[in-house]
Design a protein around this ligand. Structure first.
Ligand SMILES: *Cc1c(COP(=O)(O)O)cnc(C)c1O
Length: 218
């Protein structure tokens, strides 16, 4: 997979992005196998499902990213056990995570999730909400604003997919001008990572292309 990312980055004249291995539905053994090959960062969608794996693999010192929708009543567990939360999309969640992050841990890295194609079915904030969320996050010493995340609509038309990635890149550049630590743009999955990299993704979230097809839908 790494060489695929390198090829895509080279073809586009872009830096090679970080690879987040999306391990939802995968057993701890499959994660340990990838970790033994040098993979460090793993993404999970559900807090409860992730906790058992985080605990089982504690000795490997992996980096855990929450990429699924987070209910406020799960914020305490997320703030305690994850290193990154990529799905922050409302101020109530900002405050819950900030309040619950243990003071003896480094700040929790957070990404603002943007509903870039304005799909009613999707979580994420609207682009015009980014400023207020960024201000709320950066006011919290227990949080670190690291950038933006999006799951664009899977348009069959490549030009439409690229347009969504381009809009995300512009939003991230504007954010980073105000908040230099916001260096991350998380977008691109198994089917569209090359396009995401071409438009400026710094982190791609890959499940199927790494682990094979999921046995059950996530
Ligand atoms: C499942 C998932 C991915 C990975 O999807 P694949 O198509 O398996 O690579 C990436 N991001 C999010 C938010 C996901 O839920």
């Amino acid at each position: 997979m790494l060489s695929n990312l390198q090829d895509a980055a080279k073809a586009a004249g872009r830096p090679v992005p970080l690879l987040l291995a999306v391990s939802k539905t995968q057993p701890a053994e499959a994660i340990a196998t990838l970790a033994a090959q040098g993979q460090h960062a793993f993404g999970e969608n559900y807090v409860q499902e992730a906790l058992a794996k985080i605990e089982a693999l504690r000795g490997l010192a992996l980096e855990w990213h929450l990429i699924g929708h987070l209910q406020s009543n799960k914020a305490e567990l997320a703030a305690r056990h994850f290193h990154w939360v990529q799905s922050v999309d409302r101020t109530k969640l900002v405050h819950a995570l900030a309040h619950q992050r243990p003071r003896d841990l480094p700040p929790l890295n957070v990404l603002i999730q943007v509903n870039i194609d304005d799909e009613g079915s999707k979580h994420g904030c609207q682009p015009q909400d980014i400023d207020a969320l960024a201000a709320a996050i950066s006011a919290e010493p227990t949080l670190c604003l690291r950038g933006l995340m999006a799951i664009p609509a899977p348009w069959p038309d490549a030009a439409r997919r690229r347009a969504a990635f381009m809009r995300m890149h512009a939003l991230k550049q504007a954010l980073a001008r105000q908040y230099p630590q916001a260096d991350t743009l998380s977008m691109g999955m198994s089917s569209d990572y090359a396009e995401a990299i071409a438009e400026g993704a710094t982190m791609v979230r890959i499940g199927t292309a790494l682990f094979g097809a999921r046995a059950r839908p996530a």
